[in-house]
Design a protein. Structure first.
Length: 277
């Protein structure tokens, strides 16, 4: 029915947690699981994947990309999906029990709609952020902010309490992760490689999906822990290089977005792109 998909780039310590949690806590525990590994031979990622592919029943795609980035990596994963649904995850997620069932329940509730359904996120507050629709920040000391101080038992208890307190749908897509029909993904054309390696790719993808009649929903019953951009930032976390690198891509890709759409995105009260102006 569904295929879990992750594209990773030299992110082994967080990837281990993601893979282990998907196989331990998913409702669809035996669903196909595709992992694309990009330029990850020198940090031990490829070796770990090869050694553990049978244990976790993984389909591996070890292929260096040019351009590199999560968008092109997601496209590679999608090309190899044979099930009706694709379930995209970030490599720095840690999922909670039945997170994927809550996503599928939304699709089953609205069988005639084209949907992108994604999970409510809990994140460590690294930069003094305030809660926004779809993301709840906790103090970084609460459950740990990195792979080596993470406390999954405490986080899972908190996530369960949060999910039991809330049961509604937020009309929002958050980042390029979610459960979508393969046919809808193919109709939309997947990610645009011009936005690789990161930034503005989600705005472009979601805007094209909207033009294709796709609606975005986030059930609060589906909760994941997100370490917070460890997948795209972690290589240069020291000496403030992360922010410099990210800011550069944001500036470049903002211009690419403007050139492509002849305008900039307008956002609704949920932080979701709703127009170009």
């Amino acid at each position: 029915m569904i295929t879990h998909c992750i594209s990773t780039y030299r992110n082994l310590n967080y990837l281990k947690l993601a893979v282990e949690s998907v196989r331990k806590y998913s409702y669809y525990k035996d669903a196909p699981f595709i992992i694309h590994s990009d330029r990850s031979n020198d940090d031990g990622t490829n070796e770990w994947l090869l050694n553990n592919s049978e244990k976790y029943n993984l389909t591996l795609i070890i292929r260096d990309l040019n351009p590199s980035g999560i968008g092109p990596g997601m496209n590679i994963c999608a090309e190899n999906v044979e099930t009706e649904y694709i379930n995209f995850l970030h490599s720095d997620f840690y999922v909670t029990p039945n997170w994927d069932l809550a996503l599928m329940n939304v699709h089953n509730k609205f069988p005639d709609k084209k949907l992108w359904v994604n999970s409510f996120r809990i994140e460590p507050n690294m930069f003094g952020d305030k809660d926004r629709p779809g993301t709840h920040f906790v103090p970084k000391e609460a459950f740990g902010a990195y792979y080596d101080d993470f406390q999954p038992t405490h986080m899972l208890r908190y996530a369960s309490e949060l999910a039991n307190m809330n049961d509604f749908l937020i009309p929002k897509g958050e980042g390029v992760s979610g459960l979508v029909k393969k046919s809808v993904w193919d109709e939309t054309g997947g990610n645009d490689d011009r936005f690789a390696p990161t930034s503005w790719d989600d705005y472009d993808l979601f805007w094209r999906m909207m033009q294709n009649g796709v609606e975005f929903l986030m059930p609060t019953k589906s909760v994941v822990w997100h370490f917070g951009a460890r997948g795209s930032h972690r290589l240069e976390e020291n000496n403030n290089k992360t922010s410099e690198r990210q800011s550069k891509h944001e500036r470049i890709n903002a211009q690419k977005f403007y050139d492509k759409w002849k305008g900039m995105p307008k956002f609704d009260q949920h932080g979701m792109i709703c127009d170009i102006q």
